[in-house]
Design a protein around this ligand. Structure first.
Ligand code: SAM
Length: 226
């Protein structure tokens, strides 16, 4: 999904807002002052707003595949983080609700290490296995989510793990239409490709939920030191 157009994202993105909040609060236990901060996948600025209000810094660069309206007021580096080279060495590289889209996390972990100063911090939240399991059990499709143990194994090759935790949030909806509106506006649906429902698949999905219209989101928070 192209997040540039997701103008209702901030209203519907409760799990992402929750993840960003826990990420910043976990990070603050270790360090609050930085010279150079680089955010990966800033999108409409859910995490950026928390960086602005809760961390102290001199320079902030925002990255994303596309430049959102929010990002246009900041220094940016636009492009796929797996392809570009981060400008200058950073004190903090931070990202919320992005790494679940990146398959080659081993390479990313290796590259980010060299974009951090000695003692610099990589802090991120990412959705993990168990996210939207209510949909995956219907469609038999899912993103290739990792679990916390896999993330720890990947990132401990390049970093010291200061903190690794997993959290869960369950959203409840009154009906299928509300649930689908939420999915549409957050752009996450565990389905590879377009999310299109016909009248009969809508009805099948409706009975699949058995009048319990809830969605689970599970995410990991990792705070890592170079
Ligand atoms: C779910 S949104 C999260 C936005 C924001 N960080 C938040 O906490 O709500 C995921 C963002 O990651 C961006 N993204 C996905 N893959 C990326 C990549 N390979 N490089 C840079 N940004 C990426 C998307 O464009 C999107 O804006």
């Amino acid at each position: 999904m192209r997040f540039k157009g997701a103008k209702f994202y901030d209203i519907y993105a409760k799990p992402q807002i929750y993840a960003a909040d826990i990420l910043i609060n976990s990070l603050k236990n270790y360090r609050q002052n930085y010279d150079d901060i680089y955010e990966i996948g800033a999108g409409s600025g859910v995490l950026t707003r928390l960086i602005l209000s809760q961390l102290e810094y001199k320079n902030l660069i925002l990255n994303d595949l596309y430049e959102s309206e929010f990002m246009s007021k900041f220094s940016t580096q636009i492009g796929d983080i797996t392809q570009l080279k981060i400008k200058n060495k950073q004190d903090l590289i931070i990202s919320s609700s992005v790494f679940q889209w990146i398959n080659e996390l081993e390479n990313l972990s290796y590259n980010l290490k060299f974009s951090l100063k000695n003692g610099g911090i990589l802090a991120f939240s990412t959705f993990i296995d168990g996210t939207l399991k209510e949909l995956s059990s219907f469609t038999n499709q899912s993103l290739e989510y990792k679990n916390l143990a896999q993330l720890k194994a990947i990132f401990s090759k390049n970093f010291e793990i200061l903190n690794a935790q997993e959290r869960q949030i369950k959203l409840k909806f009154n009906n299928l239409k509300e649930l689908l509106t939420h999915l549409k506006h957050t752009g996450v649906n565990n389905i590879k490709g377009e999310f299109k429902l016909t009248k009969s698949s809508f009805e099948a999905l409706n009975s699949h939920f058995k009048n319990n219209f809830s969605l689970s989101y599970k995410f990991a928070i990792l705070i890592l030191k170079n």
